[in-house]
Design a protein around this ligand. Sequence first.
Ligand code: PEP
Ligand code: MG
Length: 351
Amino acid sequence: AILARAMGIPAVLSVNHATNQIHNGDMVIVDGFKGDVILSPGQEELHAYKEKQALYEREKEELKRFCNLDTVTKNGIKKLVYGNIGKPEDVQLVVQNGGEGIGLFRTEFLFMDRNSQPSEDEQFEAYSTVAKAMNGREVIIRTLDIGGDKEISYLHIEKEENPFLGHRAIRYCLDHTDLFKAQIRAILRAAKYGDLKIMLPLITCKEEVQAAKDLIQTCLEELQTEGEDVHAVPVGIMVETPAAALLSDELAQLADFFSIGTNDLTGYIMAVDRGNQAVSDLYDVMQPPVLRAIEMTVKNAKAAGIPVGMCGEGAADEQLIPMLLEWGLDEFSVSASSILKTRKIISEQNA
Ligand code: PEP
Ligand code: MG
């Protein structure tokens, strides 16, 4: 889903019996906006969708005028629209679409589709490539977020009853310090080529942030002893669990910035598995408890004086953006294909 979105490919998930009912050669309309899949459409339907497609293409053309503009609200307040990436190659799409930075580098993609983990040097290559390509603009690198729905076979993560509540992301990394240190060292080494920041996923308590910061400090000192040209980089956290949102006032004292991960936050708050069609109605960022958690997080970040962004899909949500602006969100990190639309929506709203 993440890749399809980044490439602007229409996609609909959780279509029951699709593979039984649809055969090679069938004509199918995939409406990624509404989540509809129409098998063998009639002439009228086909015509209506051809018009819809043409309208979409026109809108895409019109959005291009936002490409080289700053992101400014109607009442003149500067905001940032960043792009989410999974691989260094994705940076091009973000730059082409006028992204002002990278708000989320999902580094787990560097670990996928291979048989062994990438070495520190390979990771250094990837992170420094992104830093250089962004030419001094901010790049937020999220440390390895595996487990849950992101499996990596060679890491031999134990099968769990409830993988989403299990030994994943920061929890796994803090228990596998060799793996974690290799990643941190690679990021610190690459930081001299741009404006890199470290972001920790799935934080639920202060101890995790402190332990990770201690490890980052250790890596920094080790690299300095080895004679590397390194400096400290800001360390932020993802707020994507109810625990982190509820504790955001205290976590803001430890973190240099927040980024709200609405994809996980929505699932955990609503107690719903995002892949389960039977409960998909509840998986909605606009549900009041999710909105309350977001508002609380943004306000606590503001009160502590740290920047707060959003890198979950909510950042591109037309209904949510006006509220985010009202609460004071600083940065919206979205898939490359949503950057221009997000900038346009922000430009039509007051903050
Ligand atoms: C999120 O949970 O909102 C997020 C950005 O992380 P991911 O989608 O990679 O889990
Ligand atoms: Mg997440």
